[in-house]
Design a protein around this ligand. Structure first.
Ligand SMILES: C[S@@+](CC[C@H](N)C(=O)[O-])C[C@H]1O[C@@H](n2cnc3c(N)ncnc32)[C@H](O)[C@@H]1O
Length: 426
């Protein structure tokens, strides 16, 4: 990986506000890492994503660190790119990795916003008349006649440079979402598909183009031009956290939030956007199986795993729970999750420098009535890999993603906490 070296230049944009600095006396941020329900900072509102933490908080944290101007900041579960954007605007070099290509398009748009062309891409530049493949993944929600125009746009954008395609791609995602909102149930992470042809959405090419123009204009309106342009290089790559395309000992700071053990299946949550990119997760399960927290069980799920005491206790508790499938399916799911999490932590350890800082935001949850102490598990697994615990800051979370699962509500639970774990290597 080639990283360009240049002096740190901190950038302030009116649309990307700088948060108050960390309150060092209390040893924690005056801000909560939790994203407010309406978060506009750092263009967080241009596309809904399960972000893990707020842009203002990430920026305040990175800005408060006593690190070199040449520092490299990594997020191995970068999602929509809150870390890479905050690092770029604090003048650090940034590397963001995520296995979900949809997330990477959003992350790229956010860091390239200052160079995006605000003029909407005209419908006339996207030729019409394409034949639709009968197995096009978009046929899960749209009539074949409607899919044609969407596919023409998607193919056109796939040929554009990524620094320019972000805005129209995210506008395309937003248009598809608004047309298919009836397929979202009470659990927003589980997107349904049409059960019969009567459920399919019909949209004419002209109406689709008009809606897409509106979405492009909305995003452009959110990107306010600034005289100050961030110049720090940002690399965003589609890869696994268990095989980071990053050299050994090259990273100074890791700021991240991995998927939690709350059964969010990221591929299902973004199944419509993945379909735009040509992925049919119903036919090819590779991507879905690769994403941490997936409800699909891989064949390696049950093989032996080296983990600490807290993680081992969780496996024992889940296995011995009296409810159906606890000793079978759910035990395997927890094992698979812990395998992916620890493989990611192994990689973070490999790519960081001695003395590197690691800030991890995680949320505890419940399996039935068993507390899933993810913060304890992460802290323990990091210490086992040579990291020293510097600080732990819990923030109470009232509404958890587990609570959107109605079956999970049958068990009484107290509020869970979201914890910021801070560690130093060595
Ligand atoms: C909690 S989200 C991170 C959100 C991020 N902080 C943001 O600003 O949007 C976790 C991310 O991990 C990604 N992920 C899940 N499994 C992965 C894997 N095996 N390798 C790399 N990324 C993965 C998901 O696609 C998701 O984007």
């Amino acid at each position: 990986m080639k990283i360009v070296t240049q002096a740190r230049q901190r950038v302030t944009q009116p649309e990307l506000p700088v948060a108050s600095p960390l309150d060092r006396r209390r040893g924690r941020s005056a801000l909560s890492p939790k994203r407010p329900s309406e978060d506009r900072a750092g263009l967080a509102d241009v596309f809904p994503y399960y972000a893990g933490f707020a842009y203002d908080w990430a920026r305040a944290l990175l800005g408060s660190l006593d690190i070199s101007d040449e520092a490299v900041v990594l997020d191995p579960w970068n999602g929509s790119g809150t870390t890479t954007l905050a690092a770029q605007h604090e003048g650090f070099r940034a590397v963001g990795i995520d296995r979900n290509p949809v997330a990477n398009i959003v992350a790229r748009l956010r860091v390239d916003a200052h160079q995006a062309d605000p003029a909407p891409l005209a419908a006339t530049s996207v030729p019409m008349g394409r034949e639709v493949a009968p197995d096009d993944p978009l046929c899960a929600w749209f009539t074949p006649a409607s899919v044609g125009r969407i596919r023409e746009w998607a193919e056109h954008l796939s040929r554009m440079p990524s620094s320019q395609s972000g805005l129209p791609y995210v506008a395309l995602f937003r248009t598809i979402r608004s047309l298919t909102s009836s397929f979202e149930g009470s659990n927003p992470t589980w997107v349904k598909r049409a059960k019969s042809s009567d459920d399919l959405v019909t949209v004419s090419a002209a109406e689709f183009d008009a809606r897409l123009m509106e979405q492009q204009e909305f995003i452009a309106s959110r990107i306010i031009a600034s005289n100050e342009v961030p110049s720090s290089p940002v690399q965003i790559a589609t890869a696994l956290s268990s095989a980071l395309p990053v050299p050994n000992g090259s990273v100074d700071v890791v700021l991240t939030s991995p998927p939690y053990l709350t059964r969010i299946d990221y591929a299902v949550a973004y199944t419509r956007e993945l379909a735009v990119l040509g992925h049919d997760i119903a036919k090819d399960r590779t991507l879905r199986a690769a994403l941490m927290g997936t409800t699909l069980i891989r064949s390696d799920a049950d093989s032996s795993l080296r983990i600490g005491e807290t993680a081992s206790t969780l496996i024992k508790d889940v296995t011995s729970h009296s409810s159906k499938a606890s000793s079978g399916y759910y035990r395997k799911q927890v094992l698979q999750y812990l395998r992916d999490l620890t493989a990611g932590l192994d990689e973070v350890t490999r790519v960081t420098k001695d003395g590197a800082l690691f800030h991890l935001v995680v949320q505890d949850s419940y399996y039935k009535d068993i507390p899933v102490k993810l913060a304890d598990i992460c802290a323990e697994e990091c210490v086992l890999r040579g990291w020293s615990l510097v600080d732990r800051d819990p923030y109470v979370v009232k509404r958890t993603l587990t609570s959107v699962n109605t079956a999970a509500r049958n068990y009484k639970k107290s509020d869970v906490s979201e914890t910021v774990i801070s560690l130093r290597r060595g």
